[in-house]
Design a protein around this ligand. Structure first.
Ligand code: 8LE
Length: 460
């Protein structure tokens, strides 16, 4: 296996053979059982390292009665208790500012990022200098898999602040010897400026959230510029479901005429692109198991579910030394499979991407609805105005779901639209829905991740 060692240090001058679709042909195409055997040894090494360098892991595993040396099988590894975000917050509150799961000295920290949520205490992410280099290398390798090449221009249209997505894309593109346009997002009037820069620079690759790409397409239309003129080859997305939601994906492909690639795990898990599609396998996300160990688990027992089944991703770093996450519970939902991938990589795959967070699932009268299903349906409807809201309300003892969608039709000509879309949505979702329409361009567009659900229930 190429450059397989812990702690990891990659050759910073390495670039693959220009004709190779793979950065590391052996690691990417090897027999999965052989790879898993190497990963198992690595899991033990990472655990030994974390046990020796952090009181968080030492106390957690001592409390569970296990030692890193016990991890001689994946069955044993699945007994390692998961790490929750609540525990990380608590650790940072008790051991400010980075928590006692941080395994390096403060002088080794190269970047500090964090959660950008406006509610609850933020969590800080401390990324070591060596880790930053390894992250860049890991993600350059994944960008190579997406078909991005040295010399390509990569346009990064995501917030440059606490959010790791933009910085991770940038550092990866730099390592790949691309030219990076760290455009950012979120400032007033910036989307119209992005349209003009895209039209002028004509980058090969583009990174954002899926919501923001659709927003950009709307603004381009207003500016009378066809996004196909940007000449984009690859658009890669993380941050929220979308790139694997069929009608959202199609809307982006149709608007921009580029290959759409879904990627992304969690900021804590940076190199977060370790789940990513490739140029040769553009649908779903492959799990690059030699970078981060991805498990899809039963959300109650945190044991892996068989391939073909649904569960929640649990992630383990294989190369991080600063804040290694060992069995971090994501609280997301997905389904995984292991089958032949057209690109030749022998990784397992999430064929439908990550559908959403367990907490965001809407429970209506015994049925579960993902907000992304509403999005998926509405984007297929003619005269849909491009944005919607989902309001969940409790009337008496019943939960009610109201979908408020924009339409391009003028008032007075909407009754067929409302009736057909309402009943179509209801049969698509299998739950009762109250459907309302509003004027196009009246609901707020996301500059980052969409928040379309308004939950008016006081308790769930
Ligand atoms: C479906 C991965 C990154 C840096 O882009 C990000 O958004 O990290 P963050 O802010 O820690 O949020 C992680 C959560 O965003 C995940 O738990 C998941 O709910 C969602 N998410 C990220 N990427 C995707 C995603 N959901 N598909 C994705 N590709």
């Amino acid at each position: 296996m190429e450059e397989w060692a812990f702690p990891t240090r990659y050759d910073q001058d390495y670039l693959p053979d220009p004709d190779s679709p793979y950065w590391f042909p052996v690691r990417e195409t090897m027999d999965p059982a052989e790879r898993d055997a190497a990963v198992l040894v690595r899991l033990r090494e990472v655990m030994e390292y974390a046990y020796a360098n952090s009181t968080f892991y030492k106390d957690k595993w001592d409390g569970a009665g296990l030692k890193p040396a016990d991890i001689t099988s994946f069955e044993a590894f699945e007994q390692v208790p998961v790490v929750t975000k609540a525990e990380m917050r608590e650790s940072q509150a008790n051991h400010p500012p980075f928590g006692d799961y941080t395994c390096v000295d403060r002088s080794e920290i190269h970047h500090i990022h964090g959660t950008s949520g406006t509610t609850g205490a933020p969590t800080a992410f401390a990324l070591g200098r060596r880790d930053w280099e390894v992250i860049a290398d890991n993600q350059a390798r994944i960008l190579w898999g997406m078909g991005v090449r040295p010399g390509d221009t990569v346009f990064v249209a995501a917030l440059f602040s606490l959010y790791l997505g933009s910085w991770g894309a940038m550092t990866a593109a730099e390592r790949l010897r691309c030219n990076v346009l760290p455009f950012g997002a979120g400032a007033h009037g910036m989307t119209a400026r992005a349209v003009n820069w895209l039209a002028r620079i004509k980058p090969a690759a583009f990174y954002a959230t899926p919501s923001y790409a659709l927003r950009l397409a709307e603004v381009a239309e207003k500016e009378k510029i066809d996004p196909r003129e940007f000449g984009l080859k690859v658009m890669f997305f993380s941050g929220e479901p979308g790139a694997s939601v069929p009608s959202v994906r199609k809307a982006i492909e149709d608007s921009f005429g580029a290959t759409v690639i879904d990627c992304g795990t969690m900021a804590e898990m940076t190199p977060f692109m370790s789940a990513s599609a490739t140029a040769g396998t553009p649908d779903g996300m492959l799990l690059w198991q030699d970078i981060v160990w991805h498990e899809v688990c039963d959300p109650d027992t945190f044991r892996t579910v068989p391939y073909g089944s649904e569960g929640t991703p649990v992630y383990t770093h294989l190369e991080r030394t600063s804040q290694p996450m060992i069995r971090l519970a994501s609280n997301d939902l997905t389904r995984w499979v292991l089958e032949d991938n057209p690109c030749g990589r022998t990784y397992p795959k999430l064929p439908d991407g990550v559908y959403g967070r367990i907490d965001d699932m809407i429970h209506i009268r015994g049925e579960n609805v993902y907000p992304t299903e509403v999005d998926n349906y509405l984007r297929t409807v003619e005269n849909y105005g491009g944005e919607h809201q989902i309001i969940v309300r409790r009337t008496g003892s019943m939960d009610e779901m109201i979908v408020r969608a924009e339409t391009t039709l003028p008032e007075g000509q909407r009754s067929d639209f409302e009736q057909n879309t309402g009943s179509g949505l209801q049969s698509f979702l299998g739950v009762r829905v109250t459907f309302e329409s509003v004027d196009a361009d009246t609901l707020e567009r996301a500059e980052h991740k969409s928040r379309r659900v308004v939950d008016e229930r006081t308790h769930r």
